[in-house]
Design a protein around this ligand. Structure first.
Ligand code: HEC
Ligand code: HEC
Length: 249
């Protein structure tokens, strides 16, 4: 608690005001930025390779493989830049959720499960096909309600530290906290390989870490709360490039 109070004190003392939203790569050390661009050294490529293998493999039920319906994975170009998106049945799906839906409805196979190696791998391999492309999520029509929910979440003070997302990711951008430089928190590099995790992880895993950081409720992976928040973050990132698979401390 003493540490928590110190964090809050340090942040509230700041007078910086909200500015433009910048790509997360611009906050990385030059070493990490170079690593993120180097497929031969980026540990996340182990997941990408696995995802590309899964794309071609038919599940045991002998249903079509992803490739069997979609063709080469290059057909996924630009897809990640449009997610989260509202599906035809009105559900808000992120990329993981969309893949799980194909798995259940189009392959009649059991879900991979949140944070499973298979789902992270497929998500990373699909997201890679949009790397460098500008985020362009739909925010109107059926998405508007989710966007408003996400925005409310983002702006609400939470946890024992009583901090909103924006108090760190807008008002304290560029300052150091626990060895990190605070970015705009838009999540365009996820799924990302985090050195602290020694593994690939989803955006929701990162959001859970931020919730814990302010001693607030950690919502479940794939929860309505984090999905709406993810849409709001993507809307903040409109026009900024997909960085996934990212590399983070
Ligand atoms: C039986 C055919 C079939 C199989 C097998 C299949 N899909 Fe799909 N997938 C579809 C169809 C059809 C859609 C479009 C659905 C829609 O737009 O409502 C789709 C949509 C998607 C999308 C969203 C595309 C977009 O433009 O928004 C992704 C991502 C995706 N599939 C990934 C996968 C992955 C990964 C696998 C393997 C685990 C897979 N699919 C297996 C038929 C299939
Ligand atoms: C006490 C300050 C603090 C609060 C409050 C906070 N975060 Fe963070 N967050 C951080 C720090 C520090 C990092 C790691 C450095 C960075 O990438 O910004 C981080 C990282 C992130 C990242 C990963 C960025 C990347 O590219 O790796 C996202 C996304 C994120 N936060 C979103 C949120 C959201 C959404 C909320 C509100 C629910 C929130 N954060 C609340 C401090 C905070």
């Amino acid at each position: 608690m003493r540490f928590a109070a110190a964090v809050a004190g340090c942040l509230l003392a700041a007078t910086a005001s909200a500015g433009e939203v910048r790509a997360p790569a611009t906050f990385l050390s030059s070493d990490l930025r170079a690593l993120q661009e180097d497929a031969s050294r980026h540990p996340g490529w182990l997941w990408v390779d696995e995802g590309e293998a899964l794309w071609k493999a038919a599940p045991a039920t002998a249903r079509p493989s992803c490739q069997g319906c979609h063709g080469d994975i290059s057909s996924m170009r630009g897809v990640a830049a449009r997610y989260p998106a509202v599906a035809s049945d009105g559900a808000l799906l992120n990329l993981e959720g969309r893949i799980e839906r194909c798995r259940a409805q189009n392959q009649s196979a059991p879900a991979f499960g949140h944070e499973s190696e298979a789902l992270l791998s497929l998500t990373a391999a699909v997201a890679l096909r949009s790397r460098g492309m500008p985020f362009s999520v739909a925010t109107d029509g059926p998405a508007a309600r989710f966007l408003a929910e996400g925005r409310r979440f983002y702006e609400t003070r939470q946890g024992q530290l009583n901090l909103s997302c924006g108090q760190c990711h807008d008002e304290n951008v560029g300052r150091r906290l626990r060895g990190d430089v605070i970015s705009n928190g838009i999540g365009t590099g996820f799924p990302a390989y985090r050195l602290e995790w020694n593994a690939m992880g989803s955006l929701h895993r990162r959001l859970r870490a931020c919730s814990l950081g302010v001693r607030a409720t950690q919502f479940p992976y794939g929860s309505a709360e984090y999905l709406a928040l993810e849409l709001y973050l993507a809307a903040r990132a409109q026009g900024l490039p997909v960085e996934a698979p990212g590399i983070r401390r």
